[in-house]
Design a protein around this ligand. Sequence first.
Ligand code: CMP
Length: 140
Amino acid sequence: ALERTLSIIKPDAVAKNVIGEIYTRFEKAGLKVVASKMKHLSKQEAEGFYAVHRERPFFSALVEFMISGPVMIQALEGEGAVLKNRELMGATNPKDAAPGTIRADFADSIDANAVHGSDSLENAAIEIAYFFPATDVYAR
Ligand code: CMP
């Protein structure tokens, strides 16, 4: 089915100047960018976005990393977009990521792991709405 998912290019990948290379992977896989913005998240915005992880031991390191520099945030649309994006990203820990995935090619560690992607269709809707009002998402 036609789906939308939220993607974030994290501060490490923005700093490496690979936004375009990552967008090319989305496009070559048939995912369309339907909303996009660069943003330096506040601590409050990062904590709110990752609220489901609040009790995890890595929460504060995750938030500090996510506010260490600007991120590129996009909504992606396509057939099976949630799973397709997760396949493009590879495993959360780049040590476990399959060759040719975004994290295998651009990530340095489980914290600096280049990209975030929604893990379910339900969370995708919540995460897209967190960053983009409906009027800023362009069906195409
Ligand atoms: P992300 O997909 O953005 O969702 C939460 C992030 O927490 C994850 O990617 C990792 O960058 C980070 N993280 C750090 N340690 C862990 C861990 N042990 N398990 C899962 N995520 C972790």
